[in-house]
Design a protein around this ligand. Sequence first.
Ligand SMILES: [Zn+2]
Length: 382
Amino acid sequence: MQNMEIYSLKQAKTINKLRVLNTIRFEPGVTRNMISEKTGLDPSTVTKLVNEMKRKRMIYEKGILPSKLGRHSKRLYVNRDFSKAIVVDLGVTHSIVGISFFDGTVEVVDEFDTPDTPEECFRVLTEKVSRFPGVFPLIVIGVPGSVDKTHKKLAFAPNLNRWRDIDVEKYFKVFEVYLENDANLAALAEMMRNKHFGDRKNIVYILVREGIGGGIIIEGKLYKGSFNAAGEIGHMKMYDRGPCFCGRVGCWEANTSISHCVRQYEKKKPLPGRTMYEKFETLCKIYEEDPLAKEVLDEFTGILIDGIVNLVNILSPEIVIVGGEGVFLPEGVFEVIVSETRRQVHPMDKEVSVEKGSLSNKEVVLEGTSILSSMMISERLV
Ligand SMILES: [Zn+2]
């Protein structure tokens, strides 16, 4: 019994330390008093935990926040170089490798076109990862599909040549692998990096890429569902046309994804650009002057609005974020998405905001992997 109590005390201390560390990580420059106010921990506990983490060089003090009461407080920051880890945004056609730092920031170190088979893909990836010695033995990978509850297996990725039940960890000898759905990671990145979105409790994040992914945040928490597959919004059946890679006909993403758009345009004219992302960006740029681009994007927008309205009617969120390559949409087009959504949703949901993601299409998923990686490493090291 005594041991149990000692164990639970240790647990509580770890949880409190992580709360303090994450407050500093996501609000760099906070003071001890501000941490106490934000976490509800008493000031002496905060001071004790801060001093402990300072001794371990996880955090450091720099500069002061002047106070009217005369007592100046030191500002706190997370030590970026305390740990480094590899993170990956595994895309349908293009993948990005990054180094994640302890403060949750990330630097892109490599990019490659995603091979067609899992064997070739993870052979290329393990070879790239081996070039970075001295990293923490955890690799967080964002994937365009659903993952199993252990986060080691890619359960189903229709757009990745219908990859199914891929045991990813077996490809990495010395690394623990943690997989997460790309749209969930993008939602996490927007929640933690954008203060404006961060104070909202109910958010639907729509990742517009070669497919359409969804990250659903309910009461401030990412909603995973009973089978870890919540947010597969791209596979809402909405039409009687458009064969989807999931095997059905009429899914939202089979009618709205960037690949669908680019294919529609390229039936008549080629688009410049090496990747699907670049081609879609070009399509958005020529919207005003090219009638075919206008026709294709207007149809895309109408279908995007249909799905957004469905999601708002089901979930009644405060905000819908359209991210990924959705950030390329011309302002005029986005204004139509905002006004039409408001016009068409249930009368109780008229105050919903629809906004573009604040992070670029290239950084949003990788940023999410880095935030998750730094938080997971903290759990092991505090
Ligand atoms: Zn589908």
